[in-house]
Design a protein around this ligand. Sequence first.
Ligand code: BGC
Length: 905
Amino acid sequence: MKITNLLTNHIDRPLGFGFEKARFSWEVEEAAGTKAASVRVQVSLSPSDEAPVYDSGEITCELLDSSGWALPLDLKPRTRYYWRVYVKDELDGEAFSDWTWFETPKATGEAWQGSWITSPFGRDCRPVFTRRFECAEEVKAARLYLIGLGVYEAYLNGEKLGSEVLSPGFHAYDSYLMYQTLEFKPQKGANVLEIWLGEGWYMGHYGLKPRAPKYGDQYALLAEAHLCYETGKEEVFGTDEDWLVSKSPISFDSIYDGETWDATLLPGDPLPAVKTDAPKAPLDARVNLPIERHESFTPSLTRHPQVLDMGQNFAGWCEFDCDAPKGTVIRLLYGEYMRDGDIYRENLRTAKQEFGYVSDGVPRRVRPHFTYYGFRYVKVEGWPGALEPGRFEGRAIYSSLKRTGEITTGHEQLNRLYLNTLWSLKSNFLDVPTDCPQRDERMGWTGDIQIFADTASYHMDTAAFLDKFMRDLRCEQLRLDGSVPCVVPMCRYELNGVAAWGDAACVIPWQLYLHTADRDMLARQLPAMCDWVDWIFRQTEGFQPPYLWAHSAQLGDWLALDGDSVYGGTDRTFVATAYFYYSTLLTAKAAGVLGQEDVRQKYQGLADSIKSAFQNEYFTPSGRIAIRTQTACVMSLYLDLCPSGAVESTADLLEQLLRENGCALSTGFVGTPWLLPALCDHRRESLAYDLLLRQDFPSWMYELNNGATTIWERWNSIEPDGSMNKDGMNSFNHYAYGSVAGWMYRYAVGLSPIEEAPGFRKVRFAPKPDRRIGSVNAVFDSPCGKYRVQWQFKGDQWRCTLTIPFGCLADATLPDGETRSLRAGTHEFLCSIGKRHFSLDSALDALLSNPKTHEVISEYFPRALKGIPFQYEMHTMRQLVSSPFAEITREEIETLENALAQCEI
Ligand code: BGC
């Protein structure tokens, strides 16, 4: 037995995080038994049991909930606690884990030995704060508690402290300010601490309202250093007028526009720092995950002699080794696409996305400090001589979440699509879940993350990241009387109270609960859920018919291809009321989980009323849905909003609408995430795969065929005629439609969490395999351990292996309908799934995109490849051959039919 993945509050060795209480979790691997009989948790002040502060004794497992063990201990501030766990299984197998640790920050409300200081050079000059200090003896340990505003980097004796960038990150600065804890090791003798500051999100140009007041308008720093000597002596000093300030060579920084580093600028004579008032918002210990540098990319040169290609669209920056002569000005322009042989930057709107470097002749590694870019290509201007790609390195930057999911299939293009969804996550999880990383937004649009939260939580362990986002959301919600903004943190952009966006308040907590089983987190988030539903209810009060959310501005099925505006073609009241129902239902469920029965009843009653109002309004008495769009059908099916007699007819209509549209989707942000799930839930798996694998516009693969390495904002970001979408909102890195990867985990792989045993303690295993993707090989590292799924087709057989981790269970429904209840361990399945053959009733699109059937058509019905009048209105080959314009004889149709029947799907 091996115990791994020890986390405290979902984080590996959190340093200086502000937790209400510590909650431990771990995974058990390589055990002979299937579940724990008992566990024991030990906490100590050293990584041994020599300084114990807590011992749980053996706990029987019924007392443990699947999200781990809450430590019943009052924690001291500024203390590192070590802990380990012992597990015994039902066969008496046992193991101790290694020691891990977490460290507490300053006590809440603890006074700081130091004051806020600012720079005497004013706002236009970025400051470098320095403090020299002597250590008479060897230092055993040292900590720096600090926050720099707008954004900072700290150095000791010229070396950067820690691996984080863009500290203190981005949060609802109006409501609270997060300080960090850094570990450092001063040397015996002279030392110098330096803190570099830039404008960042706090002071700089950021957000949709360029002229709105910023969070703050002066650089500010608060720091407190604790030195603990080998002799046991302690020393503390903080920021005060003994700190000096000099001028930074970073002469410009902006989240959108980039950075300029003028190495020829001299720091000038330092001046003493100036004491300043504390910002209004209270200080809190950090709760955000660090933003760090991750993947590295070595670029290649494009055909353009100045443009480098990283081969991947991502968020981060490009570093380079420079030994250019003094005075050389090098300029990097970042963009996502190439167009007409040059870098394309129009979709950045007003964001400049540039980096400037003025060389002082000293060879060095150059990188930005206080900005980031969304890009694949970099145009380099001013480089002395020919560009040498080997001197450049792309670095991806994002919040350090642990990767949890990994899927490979037998379909290469699908594997790339999967990676594109992952890269859109990485590019947009930069402390705040943003819409895009490149243009002048990069904001926490609540709708986007609401849609993507489930997918994200399969790709990565989102618990700490989204919990912090929910904290920001709650802070802003409290300013809006229960409404929820469309952008969190709000940055003075007031748009709020919109369906599918505000519903982040309910959907994210519920998704987090399903994925983690963390009730403490759900309890923290329940007030946001209740307030949001109550707020919507107030909007509907007094209107007839009741419970329809009709009188607010809405974004509808954002960017759907039906309809004639960005709001799509689905009635906006329909979308809003369906979401009203969904959020109300989730709130009732959450209250139920937390044992708040009266609250549960209140929201369940409301959900029932909304549902019947919805059905009265949108379904005819005989059960026909009144809004005939793909998204309306999808929402009704997925949210279980159809009256009982209307489920089949709604699923039929969805299929009909897809076929009428040439077997293509037209759904937007709202309909797309549930489209393939709704089809699979209603026995239309093959059609779901048709849409997934469709090559032409509009489809996921169409993006890939146009070179996408991340998910686009719009289905038509590049129009079928090859032109760029001209509507000014055209990001190539938006994750909403990447929610298709959530479908891959839940349906292609087949693993879903269930409400009765969340956190993947028990799963529903119901894979929906399709021959066209050949095989699936997946690992999902759930909070309870690693699930593995492998399946493949061999002739008429489908073979599958499922591994359920220690302590977990699965209810399996196999593709042939057989059901089984399974325990931890490895299970093999075999089903006969006969091959399907093409016919005249196959979708034209499927026939034309399959190489074998394409060949058959080119041989027996070549006119269909050239295009027959009105062909675009036909959906099946039978319709086409029956067209008066087909000019095909009965015998030829028969030959074609026979030839198609030889081709397998
Ligand atoms: C953002 C979206 C967002 C939308 C809502 C856009 O500009 O990029 O992703 O959800 O606005 O209006």
